[in-house]
Design a binder for this molecule. Structure first.
Ligand code: SAM
Length: 218
C-alpha cells in the first residue's frame, strides 16, 4: 500500500496505520480517536460504497475546516484529522493486503453485524480462520477490542478469542490502568451504532484481548 494518498501529511515518514476499525460504518470511532492520538495513523475498513464515501467526505471536510487549538510542538500533523482515513474493502477477504505483519497496535470490532441464524454464522467477522489473520497483523501486545449489544454474539466472539492460542483476555480495569481509558470510552460511546444502542437503553458487552508475545517468531 502507498499510504501517502491517504495520509499526505505523513508522506515523508515511514508510518503505516496502527489502528484499524473493521466495519467502521459512519466513522464515529475514528473521528473520536484521531485528535487524541495525532501521530498515530488510523484506518477504517467498510464494505458499503456509499457509507465509505460518506466517511471520506467527512474526513476531507474535517481536514479543511479544523485547526488545531493547541498544536503539540512535536506533532507532525499541522491540522487535526490528517492521521485518519478509510478504504472500501471486504475486511474478511483482504485485510493482509493492507496491513504488514505485526503492524497494528489496536484492532476494533464495534457492534459488528450479528448474523443471528446459525447458517449465517460463517459470515461473522470473528472466526478461527480470521483470528489467525488478526494475530498476524497485530503487534505482540496489541489489543483487539470487541463490543456488541447482542449477548449471543458477545459470547461467540469471546469464546473464539479465548480458545485461540495467540490471544489472552484482558480486563477493562487493566486496560484503563494502562492508560487506555480514552480508547475504551470511545469504543463504548463514539460510534453511530453505539449511540443508537444508548438511545434504546440497550446493554453493551465489551470483550478485549491482547495479542500474546511469543518466544518463537509467529
Ligand atoms: N462499527 C460501526 C458502528 O459501531 O457504528 C458500524 C456497525 S454496523 C452494525 C456493521 C458495519 O460493518 C456496517 O457498516 C457494514 O457495512 C460493515 N461490514 C460488514 N461486513 C463487512 C466486511 N466484510 N468488511 C468491511 N465492513 C463490513
Amino acid at each position: 500500500m502507498d499510504w501517502s494518498e491517504h495520509f499526505p501529511a505523513f508522506a515523508n515518514t515511514s508510518k503505516t496505520p496502527e489502528f484499524a476499525d473493521i466495519g467502521c460504518g459512519f466513522g464515529g470511532l475514528l473521528i473520536a480517536l484521531a485528535p487524541l492520538f495525532p501521530n498515530t495513523l488510523m484506518l477504517g475498513l467498510e464494505i458499503r460504497v456509499q457509507v465509505t464515501q460518506y466517511v471520506q467526505d467527512r474526513i476531507a471536510a474535517l481536514r479543511m475546516t479544523s485547526t488545531s487549538v493547541t498544536p503539540p510542538l512535536t506533532s507532525i500533523a499541522a491540522t487535526p484529522y490528517q492521521n485518519v482515513s478509510v478504504v472500501r474493502a471486504n475486511a474478511m477477504k483482504f485485510l493482509p493486503n493492507y496491513f504488514p505483519k505485526h503492524s497494528l497496535s489496536a484492532l476494533f470490532f464495534l457492534f459488528p453485524d450479528p448474523h443471528f441464524k446459525a447458517r449465517k454464522h460463517k459470515a461473522r467477522i470473528i472466526s478461527q480462520a480470521l483470528l489467525a489473520e488478526y494475530a498476524y497483523i497485530l503487534k505482540p501486545g496489541g489489543i483487539v477490542y470487541t463490543i456488541t449489544d447482542v449477548r449471543d454474539l458477545h459470547e461467540w466472539m469471546n469464546s473464539h478469542l479465548e480458545s485461540f492460542p495467540l490471544f489472552e483476555g484482558v480486563s477493562e480495569a487493566d486496560l484503563r490502568e494502562e492508560g487506555k481509558g480514552p480508547i475504551l470510552d470511545a469504543v463504548y460511546n463514539s460510534t453511530e451504532e453505539g449511540k443508537k444502542v444508548e438511545r434504546n437503553s440497550g446493554e453493551k458487552w465489551l470483550a478485549c484481548f491482547r495479542r500474546k508475545t511469543t518466544t518463537r517468531a509467529s
